[in-house]
Design a protein around this ligand. Structure first.
Ligand code: SIN
Length: 478
């Protein structure tokens, strides 16, 4: 990996402003299997140290003016953008996504830092008219306190900034545990945060395996909030572990997004949206179209156009300029994808795209027709480049299919009928709905799900509220 600034590639955890290097846990390049680095596997005791450092830093950080915190975040934002190329190279090396997508993620991640730098100055309380004479009541906003942040491997930069930036803007301090597959992007962000002037102890990064670190973070009474992005199974487990200390929770969990194409849709736009929604990050996103539902009248034209686009996708190392899809994150991902495709074919699906000769951690992008609710891919997130097409006839049928999942993160649909647009959009039981668009991810828009897809919202105005408590301050005797 050639970096303009090699100092951004750290093999150390950051606790209370000191970098700790211990070669205990290797990070590998999913494209080659080569070792990129070796980092500390932080212990429960080190996690407690990071929490204590965050608690000490909290007093000074929360006492700063909002404008001061906003300025520091804005400095961090500019440093992230200035170092886009190096950050993208580190991201691609440890996560696998093509460099062009990695650069896009750096910009996406930076957009949260800018947004919450701006929001930091607008954390207002309110004055409530008192029902009794001689009294005034203030509703004041205060930082929640020390926060635990646990982030996934699929967006190693954006998932950190989407949580850390609002927390820092609100006046909280953080103990962050990035995925053990992709810790180096988080560490590079922390180097830049230091350079921006964010004080020691405000942002701590714990590298290592989840059990010891997660156990200590959830057990600690000092930690007042946990924000996690990952699977519903792990989210539920963390919520259980947080219950004895009653922490605030933000959980961005699994999805099983329907992508519905009605007969009256703009075909080209629907195919473009499906490509964006399904194949971004090789299908490894929580908001990926997992079930593509197409009405009978447009079905064959849509399948032909989508298959042609998928046949044109190039699979290869993310560092190769022409790659559209990089390697999947690990062998388990490849096994799950293969199992979903095999199960669908066994149960009557038809493959309508070409077969590539791939090995290692590469998955073959595929379109399958004849998908049915009995198949594994109908009820489980595939998290890979598999596009199953379910055929439907009526709007009622489409709604039942779309809502027929315990998950409720993202849903997409394509129609040019405005009455249906409102009717169908309102009836979808999801936290985010895209009408005639395959992209829902912007810093200005609330991101999060309902049902088994989690609790709380990230980004937008809502994102900062997750890191604020309201104190009712009653002034008597006036
Ligand atoms: C996710 O997959 O968890 C995040 C995707 C996004 O922010 O668009």
């Amino acid at each position: 990996m050639k970096l303009q600034d090699p100092d951004l590639f750290r093999n150390a955890a950051l606790i209370g402003g000191s970098w700790r290097a211990r070669p205990e846990m290797t990070v590998t390049d999913p494209a080659t299997g080569e070792t990129l680095g070796s980092l500390p596997d932080c212990t429960a005791e080190e996690t407690d140290e990071a929490i204590a450092a965050a608690a000490r830093a909290m007093t000074g950080w929360a006492a700063r003016t909002h404008a001061d915190r906003a300025d520091l975040l804005m400095r961090w934002y500019h440093l992230i953008l200035d170092n886009t190329e190096d950050l993208a190279r580190i991201l691609t090396a440890e996560q696998g996504k093509p460099l062009a997508e990695a650069r896009g993620e750096v910009a996406y991640g930076a957009s949260f830092v800018r947004w919450f730098a701006e929001e930091a100055r607008r954390i207002n309380g309110r004055i409530i008219p008192s029902p009794v004479q001689g009294k005034k009541i203030f509703a004041m906003k205060e930082p929640v306190g020390v926060c635990a942040i646990i982030t996934p491997w699929n967006f190693p930069i954006a998932m950190i900034t989407r949580k850390v930036a609002p927390g820092l803007a609100a006046g909280c301090t953080m103990a962050v545990k990035p995925s053990d597959f992709t810790p180096c992007s988080a560490l590079a962000l922390a180097v830049l945060a230091e350079r921006a002037g964010i004080p020691a102890g405000v942002l701590n990064i714990l590298t290592g395996r989840p059990e010891a670190i997660g156990g200590a973070l959830t057990r600690s009474p000092v930690v007042r909030k946990l924000s996690f992005t990952g699977s519903t199974r792990v989210g539920a487990l963390l919520a259980e572990q947080c219950a004895p200390t009653l922490k605030r929770l933000s959980l961005e969990l699994g999805g099983n997004a329907p992508f519905v194409v009605f007969d009256d849709a703009d075909l080209d736009a629907a195919v473009e949206g499906a490509m964006q929604s399904k194949f971004r990050n090789g299908g490894q996103t929580c908001v990926c179209a997992n079930r593509i539902m197409v009405q009978s009248g447009i079905h064959d034209a849509f399948v032909a156009a989508l298959a042609a686009r998928v046949d044109g996708l190039r699979v290869g190392p993310g560092t190769e300029a022409e790659a559209d899809i990089g390697p999947m994150i690990n062998p388990a991902a490849i096994e799950k994808i293969a199992a979903h495709v095999a199960d669908a074919l066994d149960r009557g699906a038809t493959r309508v795209t070409r077969t590539r000769d791939l090995s290692g951690q590469y998955a073959d992008p595929v379109v399958l027709t004849g998908a049915a609710t009995t198949m594994r891919l109908a009820s489980e997130e595939t998290f890979g480049p598999v596009a199953p097409i379910f055929r439907f006839d009526t709007e009622e049928e489409a709604l039942e299919l779309a809502n027929g999942t315990p998950y409720g993160l993202a849903a997409y649909f394509y129609t040019r009928d405005m009455a249906r647009a409102f009717r169908f959009g309102e009836a979808l039981e999801f936290g985010m709905v895209g009408l005639n668009t395959g992209l829902l991810s912007h810093e200005v828009s609330p991101f999060g799900g309902v049902k088994a897809s989690g609790l709380g919202r990230e980004g937008a105005q809502e994102g900062i509220e997750e890191y604020l408590e309201t104190k009712a301050f009653h002034f008597g005797g006036l």
